[in-house]
Design a protein around this ligand. Structure first.
Ligand code: NDP
Length: 242
Protein backbone atom coordinates (compact mmCIF):
# COMPACT_ATOMS: atom_id res chain seq x y z
CA UNK A 1 0.00 0.00 0.00
CA UNK A 2 2.98 2.35 0.63
CA UNK A 3 5.37 0.65 -1.79
CA UNK A 4 7.76 3.15 -3.35
CA UNK A 5 7.09 5.76 -0.65
CA UNK A 6 9.69 6.96 1.86
CA UNK A 7 8.75 7.72 5.46
CA UNK A 8 10.80 9.62 8.01
CA UNK A 9 10.02 8.70 11.61
CA UNK A 10 11.67 10.88 14.25
CA UNK A 11 12.31 9.01 17.48
CA UNK A 12 11.88 5.81 15.49
CA UNK A 13 14.46 3.94 17.55
CA UNK A 14 12.22 3.09 20.50
CA UNK A 15 8.68 2.90 21.86
CA UNK A 16 5.83 4.32 19.79
CA UNK A 17 8.21 5.47 17.03
CA UNK A 18 9.66 1.98 16.61
CA UNK A 19 6.14 0.54 16.39
CA UNK A 20 5.14 3.11 13.74
CA UNK A 21 8.34 2.40 11.81
CA UNK A 22 7.59 -1.34 11.75
CA UNK A 23 3.98 -0.78 10.70
CA UNK A 24 4.84 1.58 7.82
CA UNK A 25 7.59 -0.82 6.67
CA UNK A 26 5.08 -3.70 6.74
CA UNK A 27 2.97 -1.61 4.33
CA UNK A 28 5.95 -1.34 1.96
CA UNK A 29 7.39 2.09 2.85
CA UNK A 30 11.13 2.68 2.88
CA UNK A 31 12.18 4.03 6.26
CA UNK A 32 14.46 6.77 7.55
CA UNK A 33 14.74 6.60 11.34
CA UNK A 34 15.90 9.71 13.19
CA UNK A 35 17.23 9.12 16.70
CA UNK A 36 18.96 11.18 19.39
CA UNK A 37 21.72 8.90 20.67
CA UNK A 38 20.61 5.29 20.88
CA UNK A 39 22.42 4.01 17.77
CA UNK A 40 22.13 0.30 18.57
CA UNK A 41 18.35 0.53 18.97
CA UNK A 42 17.99 2.60 15.77
CA UNK A 43 20.08 0.13 13.78
CA UNK A 44 18.13 -2.83 15.19
CA UNK A 45 14.83 -1.24 14.10
CA UNK A 46 16.19 -0.67 10.58
CA UNK A 47 17.59 -4.20 10.36
CA UNK A 48 14.19 -5.61 11.31
CA UNK A 49 12.48 -3.55 8.57
CA UNK A 50 14.95 -4.78 5.94
CA UNK A 51 14.83 -8.44 7.01
CA UNK A 52 11.10 -8.77 7.69
CA UNK A 53 9.64 -6.54 5.01
CA UNK A 54 12.33 -6.20 2.33
CA UNK A 55 12.25 -2.40 2.34
CA UNK A 56 15.17 0.02 2.50
CA UNK A 57 15.86 1.42 5.96
CA UNK A 58 18.57 3.67 7.35
CA UNK A 59 19.09 5.55 10.59
CA UNK A 60 20.29 9.13 11.10
CA UNK A 61 21.56 10.57 14.36
CA UNK A 62 20.05 14.05 14.69
CA UNK A 63 18.82 16.32 17.45
CA UNK A 64 15.42 17.48 16.19
CA UNK A 65 15.72 20.57 18.40
CA UNK A 66 18.45 21.89 16.08
CA UNK A 67 17.49 23.71 12.86
CA UNK A 68 20.88 22.99 11.30
CA UNK A 69 21.03 19.30 12.28
CA UNK A 70 17.52 18.62 10.97
CA UNK A 71 18.35 20.46 7.74
CA UNK A 72 21.43 18.26 7.25
CA UNK A 73 19.54 15.07 8.13
CA UNK A 74 16.72 15.78 5.66
CA UNK A 75 19.32 16.57 2.96
CA UNK A 76 21.08 13.25 3.70
CA UNK A 77 17.77 11.37 3.55
CA UNK A 78 16.96 13.01 0.20
CA UNK A 79 20.39 12.00 -1.12
CA UNK A 80 19.90 8.40 0.08
CA UNK A 81 16.24 7.84 -0.85
CA UNK A 82 15.58 10.42 -3.59
CA UNK A 83 12.28 11.67 -2.14
CA UNK A 84 10.24 11.90 1.06
CA UNK A 85 6.48 11.29 1.13
CA UNK A 86 5.61 10.74 4.82
CA UNK A 87 6.93 12.51 7.92
CA UNK A 88 6.06 11.30 11.40
CA UNK A 89 7.07 13.79 14.09
CA UNK A 90 7.24 11.42 17.03
CA UNK A 91 10.45 12.38 18.89
CA UNK A 92 9.52 13.65 22.32
CA UNK A 93 10.77 14.09 25.86
CA UNK A 94 9.37 14.87 29.29
CA UNK A 95 10.91 16.98 32.05
CA UNK A 96 8.01 16.89 34.50
CA UNK A 97 7.77 19.12 37.55
CA UNK A 98 5.48 21.53 39.31
CA UNK A 99 5.18 24.94 37.68
CA UNK A 100 6.21 26.80 40.84
CA UNK A 101 9.64 25.20 40.80
CA UNK A 102 10.15 24.45 37.10
CA UNK A 103 13.38 25.91 35.77
CA UNK A 104 13.83 27.49 32.35
CA UNK A 105 15.95 24.56 31.15
CA UNK A 106 13.12 22.07 31.70
CA UNK A 107 10.69 24.34 29.83
CA UNK A 108 13.06 24.94 26.90
CA UNK A 109 14.20 21.32 26.53
CA UNK A 110 10.64 20.07 26.18
CA UNK A 111 9.43 22.86 23.89
CA UNK A 112 12.54 22.68 21.70
CA UNK A 113 12.31 18.92 21.14
CA UNK A 114 8.55 18.35 21.06
CA UNK A 115 7.27 21.48 19.30
CA UNK A 116 10.16 23.25 17.63
CA UNK A 117 11.51 19.87 16.49
CA UNK A 118 8.29 19.26 14.56
CA UNK A 119 8.50 22.74 13.01
CA UNK A 120 12.08 22.08 11.91
CA UNK A 121 11.23 18.78 10.27
CA UNK A 122 8.11 20.10 8.52
CA UNK A 123 10.02 23.17 7.39
CA UNK A 124 12.79 21.13 5.77
CA UNK A 125 10.54 18.41 4.31
CA UNK A 126 8.02 20.78 2.72
CA UNK A 127 10.20 21.51 -0.31
CA UNK A 128 10.47 17.75 -0.90
CA UNK A 129 6.71 17.26 -0.55
CA UNK A 130 6.10 20.10 -3.02
CA UNK A 131 8.48 18.46 -5.47
CA UNK A 132 6.79 15.06 -5.02
CA UNK A 133 3.36 16.77 -5.37
CA UNK A 134 2.21 14.85 -2.28
CA UNK A 135 3.00 14.68 1.39
CA UNK A 136 1.64 13.32 4.62
CA UNK A 137 2.64 14.71 8.00
CA UNK A 138 1.66 12.99 11.26
CA UNK A 139 2.46 14.79 14.50
CA UNK A 140 2.42 12.76 17.72
CA UNK A 141 0.69 14.97 20.26
CA UNK A 142 -0.78 13.68 23.55
CA UNK A 143 -3.98 13.72 25.59
CA UNK A 144 -1.90 15.88 27.95
CA UNK A 145 -2.07 18.57 25.27
CA UNK A 146 -5.86 18.27 25.04
CA UNK A 147 -6.74 18.03 28.74
CA UNK A 148 -3.74 19.52 30.56
CA UNK A 149 -1.96 17.59 33.30
CA UNK A 150 -0.69 18.82 36.66
CA UNK A 151 3.09 18.56 36.79
CA UNK A 152 3.43 18.68 33.00
CA UNK A 153 2.87 22.35 32.03
CA UNK A 154 5.84 22.31 29.66
CA UNK A 155 4.88 18.98 28.07
CA UNK A 156 1.16 19.88 27.83
CA UNK A 157 2.00 23.22 26.22
CA UNK A 158 4.27 21.56 23.68
CA UNK A 159 1.63 18.95 22.80
CA UNK A 160 -1.18 21.54 22.60
CA UNK A 161 1.15 23.57 20.38
CA UNK A 162 1.41 20.58 18.06
CA UNK A 163 -2.37 20.63 17.64
CA UNK A 164 -2.27 24.28 16.51
CA UNK A 165 0.72 23.56 14.28
CA UNK A 166 -1.10 20.59 12.74
CA UNK A 167 -4.23 22.57 11.88
CA UNK A 168 -2.33 25.57 10.48
CA UNK A 169 -0.04 23.40 8.36
CA UNK A 170 -3.08 21.40 7.18
CA UNK A 171 -4.80 24.61 6.01
CA UNK A 172 -1.66 26.11 4.48
CA UNK A 173 -0.53 23.07 2.52
CA UNK A 174 -3.85 21.41 1.57
CA UNK A 175 -3.98 23.27 -1.77
CA UNK A 176 -0.65 21.61 -2.64
CA UNK A 177 -1.91 18.09 -1.87
CA UNK A 178 -0.07 17.86 1.46
CA UNK A 179 -2.03 16.53 4.46
CA UNK A 180 -1.20 17.11 8.12
CA UNK A 181 -2.82 15.28 11.03
CA UNK A 182 -2.06 14.55 14.67
CA UNK A 183 -2.44 11.57 16.96
CA UNK A 184 -3.09 12.14 20.66
CA UNK A 185 -2.09 8.96 22.49
CA UNK A 186 -3.14 8.35 26.06
CA UNK A 187 -1.12 6.21 28.44
CA UNK A 188 1.08 3.96 26.25
CA UNK A 189 3.49 1.33 27.58
CA UNK A 190 7.03 2.53 26.61
CA UNK A 191 10.33 3.59 28.23
CA UNK A 192 8.78 7.05 28.72
CA UNK A 193 5.98 5.78 30.94
CA UNK A 194 7.96 2.99 32.65
CA UNK A 195 6.38 0.66 35.19
CA UNK A 196 2.87 1.94 35.87
CA UNK A 197 0.95 -1.06 37.16
CA UNK A 198 0.00 0.77 40.38
CA UNK A 199 -0.61 4.23 38.91
CA UNK A 200 -4.05 5.51 40.06
CA UNK A 201 -4.51 7.15 36.63
CA UNK A 202 -5.12 3.68 35.18
CA UNK A 203 -8.51 3.55 36.90
CA UNK A 204 -9.53 6.67 34.94
CA UNK A 205 -9.13 4.94 31.56
CA UNK A 206 -12.57 3.75 30.38
CA UNK A 207 -11.02 0.74 28.58
CA UNK A 208 -9.22 -0.09 31.84
CA UNK A 209 -5.65 -0.59 30.62
CA UNK A 210 -2.60 1.09 29.13
CA UNK A 211 -2.23 1.14 25.36
CA UNK A 212 0.50 -0.45 23.27
CA UNK A 213 2.76 1.22 20.71
CA UNK A 214 1.27 -1.08 18.07
CA UNK A 215 -2.15 0.47 18.73
CA UNK A 216 -0.80 3.97 18.03
CA UNK A 217 0.93 2.57 14.93
CA UNK A 218 -2.46 1.40 13.60
CA UNK A 219 -3.68 5.00 13.77
CA UNK A 220 -0.55 6.21 11.96
CA UNK A 221 -1.13 3.62 9.23
CA UNK A 222 -4.70 4.87 8.84
CA UNK A 223 -3.64 8.52 8.59
CA UNK A 224 -0.85 7.64 6.14
CA UNK A 225 -3.44 6.28 3.72
CA UNK A 226 -6.56 8.36 4.50
CA UNK A 227 -6.37 10.64 1.49
CA UNK A 228 -9.40 12.79 2.40
CA UNK A 229 -8.43 13.38 6.04
CA UNK A 230 -6.46 16.47 7.05
CA UNK A 231 -6.31 18.70 10.14
CA UNK A 232 -7.61 15.85 12.32
CA UNK A 233 -6.49 15.01 15.86
CA UNK A 234 -7.08 11.31 16.43
CA UNK A 235 -7.17 10.18 20.05
CA UNK A 236 -5.76 6.72 20.79
CA UNK A 237 -6.31 6.75 24.52
CA UNK A 238 -8.72 4.07 25.72
CA UNK A 239 -11.26 6.86 26.09
CA UNK A 240 -9.48 8.87 28.81
CA UNK A 241 -9.87 12.26 27.07
CA UNK A 242 -13.52 11.72 26.12
P1 NDP B 1 10.40 7.01 24.31
O1 NDP B 1 11.02 7.77 25.42
O2 NDP B 1 10.20 5.53 24.45
O3 NDP B 1 11.26 7.27 22.96
C1 NDP B 1 11.59 8.58 22.61
C2 NDP B 1 12.17 8.59 21.22
O4 NDP B 1 12.45 9.94 20.84
C3 NDP B 1 13.50 7.84 21.13
O5 NDP B 1 13.54 7.22 19.86
C4 NDP B 1 14.54 8.94 21.23
O6 NDP B 1 15.77 8.62 20.58
C5 NDP B 1 13.82 10.06 20.47
N1 NDP B 1 14.29 11.42 20.83
C6 NDP B 1 14.19 12.02 22.03
N2 NDP B 1 14.70 13.26 21.97
C7 NDP B 1 15.13 13.45 20.69
C8 NDP B 1 15.78 14.51 20.00
N3 NDP B 1 16.08 15.65 20.62
N4 NDP B 1 16.09 14.34 18.70
C9 NDP B 1 15.80 13.17 18.06
N5 NDP B 1 15.18 12.13 18.65
C10 NDP B 1 14.86 12.26 19.96
O7 NDP B 1 9.02 7.75 23.99
P2 NDP B 1 7.59 7.17 23.61
O8 NDP B 1 7.71 6.14 22.56
O9 NDP B 1 6.85 6.87 24.85
O10 NDP B 1 6.90 8.49 23.00
C11 NDP B 1 6.96 8.80 21.62
C12 NDP B 1 6.11 10.04 21.38
O11 NDP B 1 4.78 9.81 21.81
C13 NDP B 1 6.60 11.27 22.17
O12 NDP B 1 6.41 12.43 21.38
C14 NDP B 1 5.67 11.30 23.36
O13 NDP B 1 5.54 12.58 23.89
C15 NDP B 1 4.38 10.81 22.73
N6 NDP B 1 3.43 10.26 23.68
C16 NDP B 1 3.77 9.18 24.47
C17 NDP B 1 2.85 8.67 25.36
C18 NDP B 1 3.16 7.48 26.23
O14 NDP B 1 2.32 7.16 27.07
N7 NDP B 1 4.28 6.80 26.05
C19 NDP B 1 1.53 9.28 25.51
C20 NDP B 1 1.28 10.38 24.64
C21 NDP B 1 2.21 10.85 23.76
P3 NDP B 1 16.90 7.71 21.33
O15 NDP B 1 16.39 6.30 21.30
O16 NDP B 1 18.12 7.89 20.50
O17 NDP B 1 17.03 8.24 22.72
Amino acid sequence: MLKGKTAIVTGGSRGIGAAITGKLASMGANIAVIYAGNQDAAEAVCEKCVKEFGVEAKSYRCNVASFEETKAAVAAIKADFGAVHILVNNAGVTRDGLLAVMNEGAWDAVMDTNLKGAFHMIRHCTALFLRAKEGCIINISSVSGLMGNAGQCNYSASKAGLVGLTKSVAKELAPRGIRCNAIAPGFIRTDMTGAQENNPLLSMIPLGRMGEGSEVAEAAAYLATANYVTGEVLRVDGGIAM
